[in-house]
Design a protein around this ligand. Sequence first.
Ligand SMILES: [Zn+2]
Length: 263
Amino acid sequence: MGEDGVLYEKYGHRVIYDAHSKLEALLDSIIKNGQWYWPAARSDHLVNIQSSLCMVPIGDEDKLKWNVSKTGTFSCSDMWDSIWVKENIVDWWALVWFPLSIPKQAFITWLAMRDALTTGRKLLIWGFQGDVKCIFCSHIIEDRDHLFFACGYSSRIWQQVMSLYSVLNPPTCWEDVVSFGLEEWRGKTMKSYLCQLVYASTIYNIWRNRNALRLKNNPCTEEKLIQRIRWKVMIRFATKGRFKKTRENDNLCSAWGIDGILV
Ligand SMILES: [Zn+2]
């Protein structure tokens, strides 16, 4: 590898042929008695390579260099930066990733945001032959937008948990909920974080119960699901939340039964 990177990538196979070499040749095939030992340069490319490399002193210790790293040494972050596909920043990221988010809930919410959960419609596209109707209502084919929150089952849960902070009749169309969240849950306030956590917790628990029903693995009732969402939100705020004591925050704490987080 030269200053310009991997020579093969820059010059291609032709330069190996011109150098009377082979793809798997080692460096010592062009070093003899401690000196560069090149065959006659038969192309402009070889002239360039040889004139560059003859400036490199032989005898120095070989060093590994990570090309993707700015410093030349290995770093996980530089490696990650080199392999991940960079896309435009989405406007909904803050609804998913925020200081009080619960990692496993944030992950499922992120998958839902990207419509990447394996819903019935996805399974159908992949050739699944079984029942792909919504497990909660059995009315239509299950997809992300029906499951969260157009289905009667999930919209009832969504409306009940949102009513705990006095939002009556929240939107139940997926796109509208996201737009509503982006508009209403902004800023580092207790109300914003609470709503974001309720949102993620609702998605996570509906998805979890849907899986439990499909696998007949101890599904829970609507009431229990709402309790579970409340409980998770309460625990998260009680252990991680610290907010200013204001009338609004006081009301939120009373509605959610959270103590000791206002200072
Ligand atoms: Zn349904």
